[in-house]
Write a protein that binds this ligand. Sequence first.
Ligand code: TXA
Ligand code: MG
Length: 353
Amino acid sequence: MISSHINTVISTMGSDPMQDHDIMEKAGEVLRRGGLVAFPTETVYGLGANAMDACAVKKIYVAKGRPSDNPLIVHVGELAAVEGLVESIPEAAVALMKNFFPGPLTLIFKSNGTIPTETTGGRDTVAIRFPSDKLAQRLIKASGVPIAAPSANLSGRPSPTRAEHVISDLSGRVDMIIDGGEATLGLESTIVDVTGEVPLLLRPGSVTAEMIGAVVGRINRYSFTGGEEHEALAPGMKYKHYAPNAPVTLVIGEQDKIAEKIKQLILLNHDKKVGIMSAEETKGKYEALGAEVITLGSINHPETIARSLYAALRELDEKGVEVIFSEGFSEEHLGLAIMNRLKKASGFNIINV
Ligand code: TXA
Ligand code: MG
């Protein structure tokens, strides 16, 4: 059993090529002998273990405090590794892999049984992702095994986009944390189930529904409001996710009305420490009202909002705010993923103006 007194080695990449090489060799070795290594990817930091080693994978669940029926994504370092893990690669998957691997896309295949049930949460399917992050690729190659990796946060905390987030959640619970700087995208990978006739979007991400539709013609998607059927398909969705300590209220609707409503809410909560998550364009509206305003990014550059969202949630926790009000954004393209995470952070506590 993992207890909370593991000696966690923290290694920072990028200072010297020889040292980087040594860090990668060491991390590969830790993974091969059944240890846990947290590492950066282009989406969020992952907590890796050898996906073929049931014992190692069990340690992930303990370290995160994650329910063991919630399956893990298997990360591979080359396209050719996929076929050894799955029953077959459907036509739609071939097209999606060609367009988006390596990258922030996870595909759910029928498993051929190679990956142990501890990794797949007892399912007959397996989730596979080929990350584009060079450091993640190097680590997978150095380990010589496929790497099972959920986001490297404690269960129920926002996913980590910086090494400091991982250190604050998992220090003393894992063998090694590799600091490779800030994750460039900031939201977890898009998940698409390709086991059915029509690909099914299970989790929106930086590879957008529109991008996938353009490649495969048709894609089914959920409204992502929870519900039993959805839970059965994407077990991770049933657990409370991405939630900061303070309750979040998400305000959606017309942009001007959103700001007006949030101003009202700040005044109504004058006796509390209030946190606001705002776009660059509207932050000025809340100044002078005494709230902690965190700017997520620009409405015209949703990738800036995606990149800073989880860090903002953590920052508001650290500031000890008692309530959080967030602006809602367009749900087109990357906006669907941003709003999916914001809705979950709010526990679907949404005001429509
Ligand atoms: O970007 C990402 O995907 C990051 C980085 C580290 O790669 N990983 C990540 O893992 O977000 P995690 O465990 O936090 O989220 C994986 C989601 C969970 O909701 C899980 O239930 C779902 O993928 N999942 C994994 N295997 C599945 C399967 N066989 N069928 C359906 N859903 C699956
Ligand atoms: Mg996660």
